[in-house]
Design a protein around this ligand. Structure first.
Ligand code: SAM
Length: 269
């Protein structure tokens, strides 16, 4: 294939190694074309001469680290993705009195965190609840979208009319075609940037429910083990860890036991 910039296996491997070091993400070898298309935009925007130039720029320019991560993460998400998890959450809330803390650890553009907030608001029948929802991601671009809480109309197509009316406002004027989560819902979620690889997380106090969905799939087994160990340590005995549909932790019985469909309890408390 004719390419604008020379791109060899050596360049791809250097990118993979850097992404693994910074974010714990293991890129499959089949992702080489994707890496090219994502990084070529950075190379052009920065007026660099090609991949070797970009890689040394990345090494010497701290601010590029975030751009590099933003360019290479996969942020696919949707409102009420894997809908059964939100019913599990409501059942969990049913059993609890008092304060509950929920951490949505790879919230991407925010749909998952707002779905959690909707489930919580529906459970209590109000927006002012004893539930604290924190949401985070490594990617600063998706967090900006999440914090704005503005989505194109098609993103909420699968949400029933009743929920749409209650939790979204239609945009007018230059926001026509967009919807905005209602301010009361927005106030229920606090977004921040957290890399799951960071040695210190701002959230060290007890978390009752962890939504960690569709991010572990990008990590190799040792990274999964390291991250899962630390996440599960935040949970009380009856806390729950909610995983993505293709994530299975049966190889870590010392840490978790299955509680329901891709939902786990911590073990060893
Ligand atoms: C496929 S999305 C999943 C979004 C959402 N959890 C869901 O299931 O719909 C994966 C997200 O994980 C984030 N991510 C990848 N590596 C991360 C890391 N080391 N720390 C925190 N977030 C990370 C990406 O930026 C991306 O937004």
């Amino acid at each position: 294939m004719d390419r604008e910039f020379s791109y060899t296996r050596k360049h791809f491997d250097a990118v993979r190694a850097k992404l693994y070091e910074l974010a714990g993400i293991t890129l499959a070898t089949s992702k080489d074309a994707l890496v090219y298309s994502r990084l070529v935009r950075r190379i052009r925007n920065l007026n660099l001469s090609g991949f070797p130039d970009y890689l040394s720029y990345l090494d010497t320019t701290p601010s590029e680290t975030q751009e590099f991560i933003n360019a290479l993460t996969t942020n696919l998400t949707s409102f009420f993705r894997e809908a059964h998890h939100f019913e599990i959450l409501k059942n969990f809330l049913q059993e609890r009195t008092g304060k509950v803390k929920i951490w949505c650890v790879a919230s991407s553009t925010g749909e998952e965190a707002y779905s959690i907030a909707i489930a919580v608001a529906e459970h209590y029948g109000r927006f002012n609840t004893p539930v604290e929802i924190i949401a985070s991601d490594i990617d600063s671009n998706v967090l900006a979208t999440a914090s704005a809480g503005i989505y194109t109309m098609d993103r909420i197509e699968s949400i029933n009319l009743h929920r749409r009316k209650q939790f979204f406002h239609r945009g007018k004027g230059n926001q026509a075609g967009n919807v905005r989560v209602v301010p009361e819902l927005k106030r229920m979620v606090k977004f921040s940037k957290i890399n799951l690889l960071d040695t210190k997380w701002p959230t060290t106090s007890g978390v009752d429910v962890i939504f960690c969905r569709n991010v572990m799939i990008y990590f190799d087994k040792p990274t999964q083990l390291a991250v899962l160990t630390r996440l599960v340590a935040l949970l009380p005995k009856d806390g729950i860890y909610i995983a993505g549909h293709s994530e299975n932790f049966s190889s870590f019985p010392q840490l978790v036991r299955l509680a329901g469909q891709t939902t786990y309890y911590p073990v060893g408390r």
